[in-house]
Design a protein around this ligand. Structure first.
Ligand SMILES: Cc1cc2nc3c(=O)[nH]c(=O)nc-3n(C[C@H](O)[C@H](O)[C@H](O)COP(=O)(O)OP(=O)(O)OC[C@H]3O[C@@H](n4cnc5c(N)ncnc54)[C@H](O)[C@@H]3O)c2cc1C
Ligand SMILES: *[C@@H]1O[C@H](CO)[C@@H](O)[C@H](O)[C@H]1NC(C)=O
Ligand SMILES: *[C@@H]1O[C@H](CO)[C@@H](O)[C@H](O)[C@H]1NC(C)=O
Ligand SMILES: *[C@@H]1O[C@H](CO)[C@@H](O)[C@H](O)[C@H]1NC(C)=O
Ligand SMILES: *[C@@H]1O[C@H](CO)[C@@H](O)[C@H](O)[C@H]1NC(C)=O
Ligand SMILES: *[C@@H]1O[C@H](CO)[C@@H](O)[C@H](O)[C@H]1NC(C)=O
Length: 599
């Protein structure tokens, strides 16, 4: 039993210190030895410890942690501090270093290699951006205070233990890709897992379960392109079920959210392909989770939500023989017509065939941004150019019949890997957008495609003064995997389309303007998407933080079991990521800073 257990319920009757909040309705704050009690109207909260609180660990505690992690602890300095005159009172401006940062802000790899930066900078509160005036002081905003640049598994354990014992907010930061800001948190201790790059293959998996085929074990920091490249260089080459973005991590948020991707219609979700994990629990225990050992944790880690049950240190996934593939690009844009009604009709026709694409094992990635339809690519595994053209013939016939102009290109590849390298484009980071999204089922496509397209139109222009778009995926993770025992939303099994909705927000806006934008996303775009998919669902990795009834929206009828498992594996709330199981009693108070639990 730890100190915090004993102190968790200390009474509230301590001397209130000066209000530290700009929230007018927080009436009093009191520091206990290991938590801060805050009272807001009639509600009392126990909060994590923050800089300035009595319970915030003193320098000797941080130094001791630093010794435990062999000097890998860093005070966080935002990467763009060099573009500002000062950070925390010290001069930081360096023109050359700032130019270097500005040169890199459109490179995904640069972002993922940083200690704590989050690619969707809204979640840092944009208080130290490289392109804002240098006179403006750089501050941490919503970023952690300290980060452990872990190079050994024991460093991860040390960070978890410290956060639990000192009641400090803990953030696991892998690549910083999280669209919803979950790899960032004000005043937190972050553990950076980026350096765990081991990849090892086996031709025949010998662990528990039915799978006797090939497998690969990856460290927590391995990113998709690294894994795909390693799999391709095997002899013979193998395939792994992963996502389309080259710099997303395979073993962090991606797998814990479920993970869709290029081979998803063949192999299901990434979570369907997980054979085993090694992890460290909230209590600091090293565990293995597979079909035999800690089977309940194994189940929850496969889609039950990021940063919720344990910190993953390695993941073992199935591998499959490589295969040929064909790909097609389709564009309908201003080079073809400026009549937006014609373009939208083209979108509707394209999307109406989603079930056909999935029935043929396809994955399709497309964008509806700036009034254009850009499908790049249709992926047809195990097919040649003639094969993909035959499957797509009804699409082109329907576009022709409706007099929709378009351009298209089809290519043949000797491997899925070659197709991936040639046809998938890196997405630009450093965007300031809110996102939401929706899983559409086969039935939605066959019964309600016009409503779906209407929700896309809403997403593109949800309210006066707002601009958005759609990043779409045609994928059918139930096509070839009808059952797999894990935590992903059951709606994925009948899905054939999953769309992310984007809403652009300016970098420099007030909290009220942000709230207004969030409401537009949730209640204009989101309502339209939900109405078009009564049996659909939402995806925790690419969803709306304000999703109504998020428990059901993200997990359907699997939620009650996940809640139970969260209470079992993280009973003290060491981990926290918004809209993950068991976080109902937690709130981030004081304008996005102080993480507190309702008493
Ligand atoms: C450009 C882009 C493309 C994408 N493409 C796809 C796609 O094709 N398919 C798809 O399904 N999703 C995709 N995503 C979404 C992606 O799955 C999520 O952003 C995911 O959270 C990224 O995980 P990460 O570990 O790389 O990122 P991070 O932001 O570092 O972490 C995300 C979450 O996971 C937690 N976490 C990280 N590592 C661990 C660990 N070892 N143990 C426990 N918790 C951990 C973090 O604390 C955080 O809550 C994409 C996102 C972007 C930005
Ligand atoms: C941790 O120790 C290393 C090596 O001694 C040092 O460089 C670093 O500044 C220390 N970190 C903190 C936060 O003091
Ligand atoms: C976050 O940004 C808002 C809007 O600029 C600002 O009012 C607030 O003080 C910032 N909070 C932190 C912790 O940076
Ligand atoms: C389904 O997956 C298996 C491999 O697990 C493969 O042999 C089969 O051809 C796939 N079928 C389709 C249509 O996706
Ligand atoms: C659409 O408008 C743009 C900008 O005016 C123009 O360059 C383009 O040629 C137009 N497209 C067509 C098909 O007329
Ligand atoms: C528009 O279509 C043309 C022709 O296929 C293509 O080259 C171009 O990249 C497309 N533009 C956009 C914005 O997708």
């Amino acid at each position: 039993m730890h100190m915090f257990d004993l102190l968790a319920c200390v009474c509230f009757a301590l001397v209130p210190v000066a209000a530290l909040s700009s929230d007018a309705d927080i009436l009093a704050t009191a520091n206990t030895k290991l938590s801060t009690i805050v009272s807001r109207s009639d509600q009392k909260y126990s909060c994590k410890c923050y800089p300035g609180d009595h319970c915030w660990p003193a320098a000797d505690k941080w130094n001791a942690l630093n010794t435990t992690v062999n000097g890998a602890l860093r005070s966080v300095v935002p990467a763009a501090a060099v573009c500002h005159e000062s950070f925390q009172g010290s001069p930081t401006y360096n023109a050359e270093a700032c130019a270097e940062v500005n040169k890199n802000i459109h490179s995904e790899s640069w972002w993922t290699d940083q200690p704590i930066e989050t690619m969707w900078t809204y979640w840092s509160n944009n208080t130290c951006t490289p392109d804002s005036p240098k006179e403006r002081p750089c501050t941490l905003g919503f970023s952690p205070s300290y980060v452990i640049m872990a190079t050994e598994i024991a460093h991860i354990k040390a960070g978890i233990d410290f956060a639990r014992q000192q009641n400090v907010r803990l953030i696991i930061r892998n690549t910083g890709h999280d669209f919803m800001g979950r790899s960032n948190g004000y005043g937190a201790l972050a553990i950076n897992t980026h350096k765990f790059k081991d990849i090892s293959f086996t031709g025949s998996y010998a662990g528990p379960g039915d799978w006797k085929g090939g497998a690969v074990t990856v460290g927590a920091g391995v990113q998709l392109r690294e894994l795909y490249t390693a799999a391709h260089s095997r002899s013979p080459s193998v395939l792994v079920m992963g996502g389309e973005c080259p710099t997303v991590g395979i073993a962090g948020g991606y797998i814990q959210g479920g993970g869709h991707g290029i081979m998803g219609t063949w192999f299901g979700m990434a979570a369907d392909n997980a054979l085993a994990f090694t992890a460290i629990t909230a209590e600091g225990e090293y565990v293995t989770a597979n079909a035999n050992e800690n089977a309940d944790l194994f189940w929850a880690l496969k889609g039950g939500g990021p940063a919720s049950y344990a910190v993953i240190t390695s993941l073992t996934l199935k591998t499959f023989p490589e295969m040929r593939a064909a790909g097609t690009i389709l564009n309908i844009n201003a080079t073809h017509t400026n009549d937006s009604a014609v373009i939208w009709k083209g979108v509707e026709i394209f999307h109406s065939f989603a079930n056909l694409y999935v029935d043929n094992g396809f994955f399709v990635y497309y964008e509806l941004l700036g009034g254009s339809l850009h499908v790049q690519p249709f992926v047809a595994p195990n097919m040649d150019a003639a094969g993909i053209k035959a499957v797509l013939a009804p699409l082109f016939a329907a576009l022709d019949a409706a007099s929709i102009p378009y351009s298209t290109v089809t290519k043949d590849f000797s491997s899925v890997y070659d197709l991936y390298i040639d046809l998938f484009e890196d997405e630009p980071p450093y965007q300031n957008t809110y996102i939401g999204g929706r899983i559409f089922t086969r039935d939605d496509i066959s019964s309600r495609n016009p409503e779906i397209i209407n929700s896309y139109k809403v997403a593109a222009a949800p309210a006066p003064g707002y601009v958005g778009g759609i990043v779409g995926h045609i994928v059918g993770p139930g096509h070839n995997v009808s059952q797999a025992d894990n935590a992903i939303h059951p709606a994925w099994r009948s899905a054939s389309s999953f769309s992310i909705a984007l809403l652009v927000v300016d970098r420099d806006v007030s909290l009220a303007q942000r709230q207004a934008a969030q409401d537009v996303l949730t209640h204009k775009t989101g309502d339209a998407m939900r109405a078009a998919s009564p049996d659909g669902g939402a995806y925790v990795n690419e969803g709306d933080l304000n999703e109504p009834d998020w428990q059901r929206a993200y997990w359907g009828d699997k939620y009650p079991r996940l809640l139970e498992l969260r209470r079992k594996w993280d009973p003290k709330g060491v981990f926290y990521a918004r809209t993950t199981p068991g976080t109902e009693e937690w709130e981030v108070l004081e304008e996005g800073t102080r993480l507190c639990k309702r008493n």
